[in-house]
Design a protein around this ligand. Structure first.
Ligand code: ADP
Ligand code: MG
Length: 290
């Protein structure tokens, strides 16, 4: 493509709300073999709701929800927001938190009213026997819901399950990318069963689950070995390194500074159909149709 057609192409794209920050991204996008997506906030709305709280028999529902929500009020994770919202809706009073520590990609721990409260992934609570929750967690994960676990004073207290809804256009966008001859992948920190259920629903080809924020970039490197040129679509929350690592990092929606700075392409608004527009514009530009 000539410099002029690149200029015209990026201009057309900008009118549609697709901002190419680097001209070479147009070319790299045309050459992409696979498009990898972040799950939470990218394929899904990113605003999960609490759907199930499965209690250990030694604990009481409101007590557990209040302790856990008090702790999660200190976290910015979408799962934390879902738990706090549920406690507020139930009219529970949240006690002050005395100590707090957050382990990104794993969970949170702290002291609430003298009790030691820990909430997070099964791996985060790995010293505890969570097997009483297995059956329920397996069933709910297969529905695409996300379980986390709560321990109080080092005893398993509850499995807390949240569900996020898919963005309305996610499925159609995946299908359209496949029609264009591209492969698709999803990279998520969520547990394997949940991630696989959601990917299956959407028709996504490859899933990388239980990936820590710091390891998303490494996951893209392995995809690059198979597909040469990799595009990654993320909302910038926890995935700025992946946006930077991808041959084409595409930031969708949020407009967080980290996302904009790490991305090659910025999509205005959260509509995933803009991802398709980015591909269509890159192909049209490199065929010199304007
Ligand atoms: P994702 O948002 O893709 O699930 P994260 O890396 O942010 O990925 O988190 C990975 C997992 O760690 C979550 O699915 C959850 O199980 C656990 N986790 C992280 N932060 C919290 C939190 N504040 N409360 C409960 N669980 C958490
Ligand atoms: Mg996200």
């Amino acid at each position: 493509a000539t410099p002029t057609s690149i200029m015209v192409g990026t201009g057309r794209a900008a009118e549609l709300g697709v901002l190419f920050r680097k001209g070479e991204a147009l070319q790299l996008l045309r050459d992409a073999g696979i498009v990898a997506f972040d799950k939470t906030g990218t394929l899904t709305e990113g605003k999960p709701q609490l759907t199930d709280l499965i209690l250990d028999e030694h604990f009481e529902h409101d007590e557990v929800l209040a302790l856990v929500a008090a702790l999660e009020a200190r976290s910015e994770h979408p799962i934390a927001s879902a738990i706090v919202a549920a406690a507020e809706k139930a009219g529970l009073t949240l006690s002050p938190v005395e100590e707090f520590d957050s382990d990104p990609g794993h969970g949170v721990v702290g002291r609430v009213g003298g009790r030691l409260v820990k909430v997070g992934s099964a791996r985060y609570l790995s010293g505890l026997d969570l097997s009483d929750f297995d059956a329920a967690v397996e069933r709910l994960s297969a529905e695409g819901k996300s379980p986390v676990f709560a321990a109080i004073d080092d005893r398993p207290a509850a499995a807390i399950v949240v569900a996020d809804v898919l963005k309305p256009t996610s499925k159609a966008v995946i299908a359209a990318l496949h029609e264009q001859g591209l492969k698709t992948a999803m990279i998520s920190g969520d547990n394997r069963r949940t991630a696989e259920a959601i990917a299956r629903d959407l028709g996504i080809d490859e899933v990388r689950a239980e990936v820590l924020p710091a390891d998303k970039a490494a996951a893209l490197k392995t995809l690059r070995q198979a597909y040469r040129t990799v595009a990654y679509v993320g909302d910038g929350i926890n995935d700025a390194p992946a946006l930077a690592e991808a041959d084409v990092g595409i930031a969708v929606g949020t407009g967080t500074d980290a996302a904009i700075e790490s991305a090659d392409v910025v999509l205005l608004g959260g509509d995933l159909r803009q991802v398709l527009n980015a591909f269509i514009i890159s192909r049209a530009t490199l065929r010199n149709i304007w």
